[in-house]
Design a protein around this ligand. Structure first.
Ligand code: FAD
Ligand code: E1W
Length: 462
């Protein structure tokens, strides 16, 4: 049978699975998507995890290509910058970009998932809920699913090709690992997170600035809050598993209340349901998943968290997952067969996934302990000046990652060079008065080639 006549089985109807289903159905493939959970459009969203997420240019572009950007954007809240809440109680809005064309968007995971499921279905993908993948028999081409809510009933289905979009704990990945060495390595961060909520005020209004991502950095731990279009905020506490404070010592709601009274009093005052939320929401671990292989010949391939789960500190996990889907769909369309498509996809995406994984780890350190450091602030000030002097060459890393679609690996490498130039130029200085601008301009022209139009594409500015 020619690859073109094959049916494609996607496991996982989360963000990546639903988007990929839409993209492939639009190419004319017969697509079946199997999801462990129930249909969120019928029974409500069982999500739980990180209720609001930041959507940036890469994710928006993927939605646009799939034809569902409007449906998702309709329910987003614009975030112009980070609102930093310092220990002394003062706060400061630090803009992410140059103007309102360089912003990010807070989306509700459940609402976005529902919009994507509706779209996948409208494009012709078939959805099967309450189907948890348990086993893949690659030789027989049969998949076994369990219907958990209905007495663990077993369902068998034939498959030609399977795409694992089933998240960090991927069952598809585990089944592939029975056939070949995947080179799997999970590096725990040693920090976990807990979700809390700032509800709307009595008139449904936002109780803190709605158009910002709020951050309370506190050295080794921090809180963030993302706005939701219903007037509430999802608050997330990130903290070490062990230490003072750590999740091993801050256990009960009373322990947590003491920590918040000391370090996050302004946030605590806005959380009437603090004790209940603390007691009922889980502590979830964080880490980075690396694989040497994302595919099994032309039979199976992984996308999103299943291939490269990362720590959330750049707000790029979903954006990267959606970008994976666009890449895989393009290679499937262009390559002579699926084996070639999967190889080309992995070759393109794996180095980029590793680059954003590294930048996400780096951003945690930067946010917690550098936002008020003098050397750091001087370098940021110079960075802004250099961006104005060389807008086609010197672009801050955050902007390359968030507002552009240049490959993550290119962003990482250029950021490394820029970091060296900033460090070199500000060494021993307390302000920018002593900068030798002519020499610095020459260094920049030598070391940073202009971003090509193709690499720049994605910037919505101008
Ligand atoms: P998932 O969203 O995990 O979806 C996997 C789907 O597969 C689920 O529906 C699951 O039920 C299903 N499934 C699992 N196992 C099976 C099985 N055996 N059989 C059938 N179905 C199965 N990213 C951003 O871009 N911006 C952010 O602001 C952001 N914030 C985050 C904050 C936190 C605290 C965390 C933890 C992550 C954050 N992320 C963010 C990352 C983002 O959540 C993930 O990268 C994204 O959800 C990955 O999408 P996915 O479709 O690959 O996997
Ligand atoms: C974003 C969960 C999450 C999501 C995010 C971000 C952060 C910190 C976190 C990175 C950032 C949007 N960031 N860096 N500085 N301010 N924000 O840009 O998504 Cl913890």
């Amino acid at each position: 049978m020619s690859d073109k006549d094959k049916q494609i089985t996607i496991v996982g109807a989360g963000l990546a699975g639903a988007l990929l289903g839409a993209l492939l159905a639009r190419q004319g493939w017969q697509v079946d998507i199997y999801e462990r959970r129930n249909d969120p459009r019928v029974q409500g969203y069982e999500g739980g995890r990180s209720i609001n997420m930041a959507l940036a240019e890469r994710g928006r572009h993927a939605l646009q290509l799939a034809g569902c950007e409007e449906a998702v954007m309709a329910r987003t809240v614009m975030m112009r910058g980070r609102m930093v809440h310092f220990s002394d109680g003062s706060q400061q809005l630090q803009r992410y970009g140059r103007d309102d064309s360089e912003v990010i968007w807070s989306v509700h995971r459940g609402n976005m998932n529902i919009a994507l499921l509706d779209h996948a279905e409208a494009c012709g993908a078939r959805l099967h809920f309450n189907r948890r993948l348990e086993r893949l028999d690659f030789e027989a081409g049969s998949a076994r699913f369990i219907d958990d809510p209905h007495g663990e009933k077993v369902h068998e289905a034939a498959f030609d090709v399977v795409i694992g979009a089933d998240g960090a704990g991927s069952a598809v990945r585990a089944q592939m690992a029975r056939e070949t060495k995947m080179g799997e390595r999970f590096e725990p961060l040693g920090h976990s997170y807990k979700e809390l909520e700032i509800p709307p005020g009595n008139d449904g209004q936002f109780l803190i600035e709605p158009n910002a991502l709020h951050i309370w950095p506190r050295d080794d731990y921090m809180c963030i809050a993302l706005p939701n279009d219903s007037g509430n905020f999802t608050v997330t506490l990130f903290m070490p598993n062990e230490g003072d404070p750590g999740f091993d010592t801050v256990r009960t709601a009373l322990d947590a209340r003491k920590l918040f009274e000391r370090d996050f009093p302004d946030a605590l005052a806005l959380m009437p349901g603090f004790d209940e939320a603390w007691a009922s929401n889980p502590v979830s671990p964080l880490g980075t998943l690396y694989l040497d292989r994302w595919r099994l010949y032309g039979r199976a391939v992984l996308v999103g968290d299943a291939a490269h789960a990362m720590v959330p500190f750049h707000g790029q996990g979903m954006n990267c997952a959606l970008e994976d889907c666009v890449s895989l769909a393009r290679h499937i369309e262009e390559a002579p067969d699926l084996a070639a498509a999967f190889t080309a996809y992995e070759n393109e995406r794996r180095p980029n996934a590793e680059a954003i994984q590294e930048m996400a780890l780096d951003n945690y350190r930067e946010m917690r302990d550098r936002v008020d450091d003098a050397d750091y602030l001087l370098q940021r000030e110079l960075e802004l000046k250099l961006q104005q002097r060389h807008p086609d060459r010197f672009v801050p890393r955050y902007a390359m990652v968030t507002f552009m679609r240049i490959p993550y690996a290119v962003a990482l490498e250029r950021a490394r060079v820029q970091g060296e130039l900033l460090e070199e130029a500000t060494r021993g200085l307390e302000n920018l008065d002593g900068i030798d601008w002519d020499a610095l301009d020459a260094r920049i022209k030598d070391r940073l080639q202009p971003l090509s139009t193709q690499e720049k594409s994605g910037s919505r500015s101008r």
